[in-house]
Every structure is written in structure tokens, then in C-alpha cells.
Design a binder for this molecule. Structure first.
Ligand SMILES: Nc1nc2c(ncn2[C@@H]2O[C@H](COP(=O)(O)OP(=O)(O)OP(=O)(O)O)[C@@H](O)[C@H]2O)c(=O)[nH]1
Length: 506
């Protein structure tokens, strides 16, 4: 449906049809600003006696239109350029023919459009080559100055005074033509320098907050300029430290907004020959204003970008440190796990179990409480390995552990003591408690078949139980009594629980 209606439009209609109302409004706003800045520039800040200004902001607006809307933007620049140039040229109607004026207007329009197109395509090439947007590094400032500000102006503006001179509109002598070319190049370059960065500026994250913060700090720059009305030297003394302070706070954003902010202020000062400019003739005041704007702007952009680059480098470094610390922590945790956990059954290994058991044992020695231990050994495990293979044996061990864990309490300390032998320490458990649990364990193992590699297997375990005696001072003695009880259980025919009460460990 939509495709059909768009295919019915003629190519011109399709070319100009704006993608959305917002884009249309933005383009209209920029076109209005283009005409307004051009007219205001010439009306208020013209080099005497001509109609050329030291900052031609229209060139910057033209760049923004083309950067944002491509060829449709170029069409908008052409329309705006006609609106700006036609009234100036029509003044010469009495001196030259309409055709000559039309040629002159067409030339001005072509210069404005090509300047924007050159600037845009030069910088696109740069961005494509580097595979990133401009103004990411301090080094990007120089390609910007050359490719966006100076080269497109140098390539185009010389035509205007030369051709106008030749066809008889605004005829001048050679030195004047040269001076005009210079002023046009300066004005266009400065216009691009002041406004073109906005294209990248508005692509920054969280731009609304940054603009607000910038406006607050950047407005500080007005102070020395306004006070210079009373004390002419103030801008020299105060502008640089305030500029550095503002850049330090808001980085590159302050350079963009600050240059924009300073442009009208410095132009007004030059126009009315205040402060800095009070001892200069009008002409020189504008040249100095342009130089002040360029040097403050370039310095500001460079410092701002450098600080931004440092921020990014620090952020990357912090991120790397964070990642490395996390990796190290994970590696440590893994090592700790490997050092304490039995790889096959995922329960405590002998060393880790002993550490925990020793700690419990010491506690109980100091604050007497019951403590019991169980030695659990799978019966006739070797034949399982021999008959079904080592892999099946491993599977039995894993399932055996799961069965045991189903029966244990949180406080029980369970571990693999070696081979098919497991050990369980039960804090606060008397021999009676321990025997009861041992019996539950034995039944849990023996009553249900194991299923290993699809084969049903009957497994049983023998369990030796011992409770810590009052004056028993070594965990090894307690373990030895449990081991003797286990030996007893095996000797009595396996699949049973035995306790070591009567026999002395000695
Ligand atoms: N699959 C497997 N087998 C193991 C592992 N650790 C020890 N074994 C085997 O376990 C078997 C233990 O055999 P024995 O000590 O003779 O005991 P048993 O056959 O269970 O006989 P009783 O203890 O007298 O009932 C040995 O064949 C060991 O090779 C292991 O991690 N995986």
C-alpha cells in the first residue's frame, strides 16, 4: 500500500518528501537560522565598507543541513542561499543586466552548496577510514580543521570575488579582490569551526544534562568580557583561567558550547570596540576577533578532547582492572574448590574434611559436647569395578554420595576419606544418635537398587560408629575407633552398623 503510493510520486516529490515531521521542522529551523545568521552577520558585523563578515555562521548551518539530510539538505542550503544572496545582488540591477545577476546568484548558491558537500564528504571519508565518529580523540581536531573548515572554503570561495569582478558585479582592483577572498575564507572557515562540531556534539550520550551543565559553567566566560567594558585588560587576565576551569569541568562539550557562546560576545566587543578591541580600528578589530575566536576555540577543543581521551583511557583501564580482578577471584575460587572438593563426588576431600573435623574437635574439647564419627565403606566395591569397569565404579560412587546426602543434616560434615571409604562427623550427636543415623544410611543404600549404565545393582555399605570419649584428645584416636568398628562390621558379614564401645584404642 505504502510502496504503491510512494511509487506513484514523481522523483522530485520523492526527493523532497521529508521522512518525518520532526525532520521537516528541524530542516525549516536550520534554514531560518541560515538566513537569519547571514542577514544579522552582514547587518551587524561587516568589515567596512563591504558586506562581508568575519564569522559567516551560514556556512556552519549549511554543513549541518547536509550532514543531517544529505542531498535534501543540499537542496535546502540552495534555497536558503538564494534567499540570502538575491536581495544583495538585486541592488546591482541598475548597473548590470538581470542575466549577470542571475549568474552571480547561481554562483553564490553553488559555492555554498559545494562547500557543505565537500566538507561532509571529506570528513565521511576520514570517519570511514578510521571506522569511528569524529571527535573521539584530540588528534581528530586537525583533520576537522583542515577537512571541514579550511579546505572546503579554500576550494570554493575564491570564485566569488573573482567571477563577480569579471562579470561586472562588485568590480574591484586586485588587492581588494584578494582581501575579499581572504575575508570570505576566514568567515566561512570560522562559521564552520563554530557550528559544525554541533553535529557530533548532539550525538554524545546524555546530551540534555551535559548542555545544561555546560550552559551554567560556560556563562562564566561572559564575566571578563562584560567587565572589560570597565577594565579593558580583564579578558586577557581572566578569560584563560575561566576557560581552563570550564573545560576541566565539562570537557569537550564545554569547548563546543563555549566557542559558540564566545562568538557573539567577542563579535559585539569587536563591533563596538570594547575592552580588548578599544585601541584598534574596526577592520583590525574584526581580524583580531577572528584570531581570538580561533585560538580560544582550537585550544579549548584540544584540551577538552584530551581530557575526554584521558577519561576514556581511565574508564577502559578501570574496566580492565575490574575484569582482571573478577577473573582472578573466579580462578581463586576454582583453585580453592579444587583444593577442598573431591573432583568425582563433589564432597569434601580428605584434607579439607580433616581441617573441618579438627576445628570441630577442638571446639568440643574446650566446650564439651557430644561428637560422633561414622566411617562408611561400600561393600565389595572391587568386584563392581572388575565386572562393569572403572567408569561404572565411578558412577556408583557418585550415586552413593547422593543417597548419603539425602539422609544427612546441614550440620553433618561429610567427606571422601579415600577410595570407596567415606567419613561423617556429627557435631552434638551422641552414640545413640549416630547409630540411628548410621542405620538410616545403611537402609537408604541397601533398600533401593542403584542403576548404573542402565544396569540395576544391589549395593550395600558397612558403617563403623564411635563417639568422642571425655578425655580423648586426638581426632585420630576417635577415627581409629570408628575404623575398628567398621572392620568389625565387615568381619560380621558386611551391610551392617557396628560401634566401638568396649575396645580401647590402645
Ligand atoms: N571406580 C573407582 N574405583 C575406585 C576408586 N577409588 C578406589 N577404587 C577401587 O575400590 C576398590 C576397593 O576394593 P577393596 O579395598 O578390596 O574393597 P571392596 O572390594 O569394597 O571389599 P570390602 O571393602 O572388603 O567390602 C579397589 O578396586 C579400588 O581400585 C575410584 O575413585 N573409582
Amino acid at each position: 500500500m505504502h510502496a504503491e503510493s510512494s511509487s506513484r510520486q514523481n522523483p522530485l516529490q520523492r526527493f523532497v518528501s521529508a521522512r518525518s515531521l520532526r525532520e521537516l521542522l528541524l530542516a525549516a529551523l536550520l534554514m531560518t537560522l541560515y538566513v537569519l545568521f547571514a542577514r544579522l552577520g552582514i547587518a551587524l558585523f561587516s568589515f567596512p565598507p563591504g558586506n562581508q563578515t568575519p564569522v559567516w555562521l551560514a556556512s556552519g548551518i549549511g554543513f549541518l543541513l547536509i550532514a543531517l539530510f544529505g542531498l535534501r539538505g543540499a537542496l535546502a542550503v540552495a534555497v536558503a542561499s538564494v534567499l540570502v544572496n538575491a536581495p544583495f545582488m538585486l541592488i546591482y540591477l541598475e548597473q548590470v543586466s538581470m542575466l549577470t545577476i542571475a549568474i552571480s546568484i547561481a554562483l553564490s548558491v553553488a559555492v555554498d552548496v559545494f562547500q557543505g558537500l565537500f566538507a561532509w564528504s571529506f570528513i565521511r571519508q576520514y570517519e570511514q577510514y578510521h571506522e569511528r565518529a569524529l571527535f573521539a580523540e584530540a588528534g581528530d581536531l586537525f583533520p576537522f580543521l583542515w577537512r571541514v573548515c579550511f579546505l572546503p572554503s579554500l576550494l570554493t570561495v575564491w570564485m566569488l570575488p573573482l567571477v563577480n569582478n569579471y562579470i561586472g558585479v562588485q568590480p574591484t582592483n586586485v588587492p581588494e579582490t584578494l582581501q575579499r577572498t581572504l575575508i570570505l575564507t576566514l568567515g566561512d572557515s570560522l562559521g564552520l569551526f563554530v557550528l559544525a562540531p554541533l553535529y557530533w556534539f548532539f550525538r554524545q550520550p546524555d546530551i540534555g544534562r551535559q548542555v545544561r551543565a555546560c550552559l551554567v559553567s560556560v556563562s562564566l566566560l561572559s564575566l571578563p568580557l562584560l567587565l572589560s567594558f570597565f577594565v579593558p585588560a580583564l579578558p586577557y587576565v581572566l578569560l584563560i583561567p575561566i576557560w581552563i576551569f570550564v573545560l576541566r569541568r565539562q570537557r569537550w562539550c564545554a569547548a563546543v558550547i563555549g566557542t559558540l557562546w564566545l562568538t557573539p560576545l567577542i563579535l559585539i566587543m569587536a563591533r563596538y570596540q570594547w575592552g580588548l578591541f578599544s585601541f584598534l580600528p574596526q577592520n583590525d578589530a574584526y581580524w583580531v576577533a577572528a584570531i581570538v575566536l580561533f585560538s580560544l576555540g582550537i585550544g579549548g577543543h584540544y584540551v577538552g578532547l584530551m581530557l575526554q581521551e584521558l577519561d576514556n583511557a581511565q574508564r577502559k583501564l578501570e574496566q580492565k582492572v575490574h575484569e582482571r580482578t573478577e577473573a582472578l577471584q573466579q580462578a581463586n575460587e576454582k583453585l580453592e574448590r579444587l583444593a577442598t572438593v573431591d573432583e568425582l563426588t563433589q564432597v569434601l576431600n580428605r584434607r579439607a574434611w580433616r581441617e573441618r573435623a579438627e576445628a570441630e574437635f577442638s571446639k568440643v574439647r574446650r566446650y564439651p559436647q557430644p561428637l560422633s564419627v561414622l566411617m562408611i565403606d561400600i561393600d565389595l566395591f572391587k568386584p563392581i569395578n572388575d565386572q562393569y569397569g572403572h567408569h561404572a565404579g565411578d558412577e556408583v560412587l557418585k550415586q552413593f554420595v547422593l543417597r548419603c546426602q539425602e539422609t544427612l543434616r546441614e550440620t553433618d560434615i561429610f567427606g571422601r576419606y579415600g577410595g570407596e571409604e567415606f567419613v561423617l562427623l556429627m557435631p552434638r550427636a551422641t552414640l545413640t544418635d549416630a547409630l540411628a543415623l548410621a542405620e538410616r544410611l545403611r537402609l537408604a543404600i541397601a533398600e533401593r537398587e542403584f542403576r548404573v549404565l542402565g544396569i540395576p545393582l544391589k549395593i550395600s555399605a558397612s558403617i563403623g560408629v564411635a563417639e568422642k570419649r571425655e578425655h580423648e584428645h586426638s581426632l585420630d584416636l576417635l577415627l581409629r575407633r570408628a575404623d575398628l568398628a567398621l572392620y568389625q562390621a565387615k568381619a560380621d558379614g558386611r551391610n551392617r552398623v557396628a560401634s566401638q564401645i568396649e575396645q580401647s584404642p590402645q
